[in-house]
Design a binder for this molecule. Structure first.
Ligand code: NAD
Length: 430
């Protein structure tokens, strides 16, 4: 099949690579001309393990073509897949301006029947509103079907997730359009769930909202563990062994971040409020997530005393999690901002990201960042942090205080080396 993918970000590029690999001819466009120019030259603008090789392989075989000329592709392809961003607006609602800008383009160019697939995350009712919009702009109902096909990939494992999804959700009014989209994924073995558009849209939001609640839940339980001198890592392991619960997203720590969970929670709250519904549990999850930052600042203070202006803090990790270059809504960055505001000198290191932040000094290596530091905060679990040479780290530090903001370091080993270790929800000593 010939598919046009509009939006060449993490989702658009991964989907383009996988669909081309399956054997479709994929035309991928973006309004960002510089990005498309880079892609045409084989330069991949985002970091995602395995993505570059898969894109290049399919570009070479002619199955994947990048261009800015969206109009030509719209006329040529029967399937138009929208993967543009839906960032948060100031009021928490999803900003759908990029989606509607693509829809306007489609309305101008449409001459033959199209299946418009919405891969971007959009609030319930969006597909129906787009349909009404197209009809109101004199596009014949015979010329389009709208299919909601939300994406569930995780950055860092995007290719694997797209090839091995837990499910593929396809929401549509017309079964023929749903089956056409199902056919796109013909080589993928998984559960295909055919739903209405609104159900598909809600499955995506509710999934992310559930994950956010799960993270905030375990962070809340970690406080109880701390109060009762129990170790949250063992408690979480015990909880997660229950098949009804499962072990994922049960790691207590700095809280959830990234380009999806925070904004999708906000957008769901906003969508519910538009129907006079209060999302009390989601609001609580948000509140807990925000409070995690202060919790870690307090942990730092309990080790170092009140902030004084010569305290130097090393922070390892800036991206919202390991194996990605994405810093959108990163809790690590939020923590750095909070620390500098309080007057700490922050020396940071991340293998991929070093955004300009007031008063944060970026270092060339993890070891440079810890030199003469009074404490090290490990904010992201990059493998190079987990496998650090801790003796070298200790020798470089002024004071061997480690704040393990993801509860992933080997506490016993660090304590045996003489570090003052502090995690969350864990007794000070084993
Ligand atoms: P992104 O910001 O990485 O990429 C979006 C791309 O769309 C950008 O390259 C941008 O230039 C392009 N774009 C914006 N407006 C455009 C227009 N009018 N015409 C053409 N291109 C346009 O975003 P992303 O992370 O890939 O997310 C895309 C969608 O998928 C969002 O709705 C997001 O919520 C959802 N999603 C993201 C993830 C994830 O992990 N990143 C996972 C699941 C779902």
């Amino acid at each position: 099949m010939d598919i046009c993918i509009i939006g060449a970000g993490y989702v658009g590029l991964t989907t383009a690579a996988v669909l081309a690999d399956i054997g479709h001819t994929v035309f991928c466009t973006d309004r960002d001309e510089a990005k498309i120019d880079q892609l045409k030259q084989g330069v991949i603008p985002v970091y995602e393990p395995g993505l570059s090789a898969m894109l290049l392989r399919n570009m070479e075989s002619g199955k994947l073509i990048f261009d800015t000329s969206v109009s030509a592709y719209i006329s040529q392809c029967p399937i138009l897949m929208i993967a543009v961003g839906t960032p948060p607006s100031k009021d928490g609602s999803a900003d759908l301006s990029a989606i509607y800008s693509v829809i306007r383009n489609i309305a101008d160019m449409i001459r033959s029947p199209k299946t418009i697939v919405i891969k971007s995350t959009v609030p319930p009712g969006t597909a129906d509103q787009i349909k009404q919009w197209l009809l109101a702009h004199s596009v014949s109902p015979d010329l389009f079907h709208i299919v909601s096909n939300p994406e569930f990939l995780r950055e860092g494992t995007a290719i694997y997730d797209t090839l091995h999804p837990d499910r593929i959700v396809i929401g549509a009014v017309e079964q023929s359009a749903a089956l056409q989209v199902k056919e796109l994924y013909k080589t993928i073995t998984t559960t295909f769930l055919l739903t209405t558009n609104r159900e598909a849209e809600l499955i995506k939001y509710a999934s992310n909202a559930f994950l956010a609640v799960k993270v905030s839940f375990i962070n809340e339980i970690s406080k109880v563990c701390e109060a009762f001198n129990a170790d949250i890592t063992r408690v979480a392991e015990g909880i997660g062994l229950d098949k009804r619960i499962g072990p994922q997203f049960l790691q207590a720590g700095l809280g959830y971040g990234g380009s999806c969970l925070p904004k999708d929670v906000d957008a769901l709250i906003h969508a519910a409020e538009s129907k006079q519904l209060k999302m009390r549990m989601l609001n609580a999850a948000k509140k807990i997530n925000r409070s995690q930052l202060s919790l870690y600042v307090n942990k730092l203070k309990s080790k170092l005393g009140e902030c004084s202006h010569n305290q130097r803090i090393a922070v390892w990790g800036a991206t919202f999690k390991e194996n990605t270059d994405d810093i959108r809504a990163s809790q690590a960055i939020a923590l750095m901002k909070k620390l500098t505001k309080l007057g700490y000198h922050v020396y940071a290191y991340d293998p991929l990201a070093h955004p300009s932040l007031p008063s944060v000094i970026w270092c060339e290596s993890a070891y440079e960042a810890v030199e003469q530091s009074d404490a090290l905060i490990v904010a992201t679990c990059w493998p190079e942090f987990m496998e650090a040479d801790w003796l070298t780290v200790k020798q470089a530090m002024r004071r061997p205080v480690i704040v393990d903001a993801r509860n992933r370091l080997d506490r016993a080993m660090l304590q045996s080396l003489g570090f003052e270790y502090t995690g969350i929800g864990r007794p000070e000593s084993t």
